[in-house]
Write a protein that binds this ligand. Structure first.
Ligand code: HEC
Length: 151
């Protein structure tokens, strides 16, 4: 092999590896005690139920029920739970430290948008609603990718 070809060969291997390294998302691990784990799982299950019911109400075109369902996705559900309050605040602190809290706040803000679009008009722009719903899903996924959650 000529020197030039050999150089190009090495360069291309470098690009493949470097590119792979760059595109691999760096995953994080939450170190939680058991009350914090319980708070997280409860919240995720609540989010999951709310999201499913919201998606179904939107696809059926049930404006007011969909608006109500989206309000439940506009904030944490277990933040003020008397038994879980403290663990929950610590969990949110972990999200803050990992820079993942922003995914949750984006879920909340898209949900608020859905709620206000649906309340504002009797014939709302359902495509716009659908776009916000997709944004919610994207942000659930973004956070799960960081924590390597297969969901
Ligand atoms: C701020 C980060 C974050 C956001 C935003 C987020 N999740 Fe999660 N989710 C997690 C983590 C971390 C886990 C892993 C929990 C565990 O260890 O069981 C998880 C797990 C789950 C699980 C599995 C729960 C279980 O224990 O079986 C479901 C379901 C889920 N999330 C749904 C959602 C939905 C729906 C959304 C968006 C509406 C969402 N999540 C948004 C971080 C997040």
């Amino acid at each position: 092999m000529s020197k030039l070809l050999y150089f190009i060969f090495l360069l291309s291997i470098g690009v493949v590896f470097w590119g792979g390294w760059l595109s691999a998302p760096s995953t994080k691990t939450l170190k939680l005690n058991s009350p914090q784990t319980e708070a997280l799982r409860r919240e995720m299950i609540d989010m999951d139920i709310q999201l499913r019911s919201l998606a179904s109400l939107i696809s059926l075109g049930y404006r007011i029920p969909a608006s109500d369902a989206s309000r439940h996705l506009s904030d944490w559900q277990n933040e003020n739970h008397p038994r879980m309050k403290e663990a929950f605040a610590q969990l949110v602190g972990e999200f803050k430290r990992d820079n993942t809290l922003t995914y949750a706040t984006q879920v909340f803000s898209s949900a608020k948008q859905i709620s206000s679009i649906l309340k504002a008009s009797k014939s709302p722009d359902w495509n716009l609603v659908q776009n916000h719903l997709s944004k919610i899903l994207q942000n659930c996924r973004n956070c799960h990718v960081i924590y390597d959650v297969k969901y």
